[in-house]
Design a protein around this ligand. Structure first.
Ligand code: S6P
Ligand code: ZN
Length: 196
């Protein structure tokens, strides 16, 4: 994921095929233990951590992490919940705040939860065919709200963006997405605290 090895020849990818068969350079797996402290229901988290389920995977093309490049790949968030809260990515700001990102949902259903440092929050629907623009300065987290299908998105962002995971690890997102009566509901995060 961090390699600077690059591809200098044009290439194409057929995203209708099985991703494991495509020529991606990197494959990252994140298990529940990588999301410690992010879920509201800590006892549900503690019960699940024994099996440490696979929460999401990222397939990426290695390109130089420099301005002018377009880093891209596929993110797959598996279905599941911790208590009432759906499986989700860690979420991050870009280290260089002035960098945006595009998500194109290929399969499944979910939300792209976003917030900026001024305290504005947004949640855009992810469903096959939808494209979501993450503006500069907005943290983003993908959440799979389907009971049993993967949430699959194609993403692209500037090569020099970098990742700031620490801010979200410390303070969380201002909103949480939970299952209520079979539907996804967006609630205020009672554990959120600025600069925690
Ligand atoms: C990178 C982009 C995605 C995420 C991926 C996993 O800027 O937003 O590739 O890395 O969806 O999420 P996270 O929060 O663990 O990086
Ligand atoms: Zn990003």
């Amino acid at each position: 994921m961090t390699s600077d090895a690059g591809r200098s020849r044009p290439f194409g990818l057929d995203l209708t095929r099985e991703f494991a068969d495509l020529p991606f350079d990197g494959h990252l797996e994140r298990r529940l233990s990588a999301l410690g402290g992010q879920f509201l229901d800590q006892s549900a988290y503690a019960r699940l951590i024994a099996e440490d389920p696979l929460v999401y995977e990222v397939y990426e093309i290695h390109l130089p992490r420099t301005a002018g490049q377009l880093l891209h790949g596929i993110s797959i968030v598996h279905p599941g919940r911790v208590g009432d809260e759906y499986f989700m990515t860690k979420g991050h700001f870009h280290a260089v705040r002035e960098t945006a990102e595009l998500y194109h949902c290929l399969r499944g259903r979910g939300l792209l939860l976003m917030e900026n440092e001024e305290g504005d929050c947004a949640a855009e629907e992810l469903a096959a065919g939808r494209v979501v623009h993450v503006p500069v300065g907005w943290a983003h987290r993908s959440i799979n709200t389907h009971e049993h299908e993967d949430l699959v998105t194609f993403f692209a962002y500037p090569g020099h963006a970098g990742h700031d995971y620490g801010t979200i690890e410390r303070q969380g997102f201002r909103k949480v997405v939970v299952a209520r009566g079979g539907r996804a509901e967006i609630l205020d995060n009672p554990r959120w605290r600025a600069g925690r």
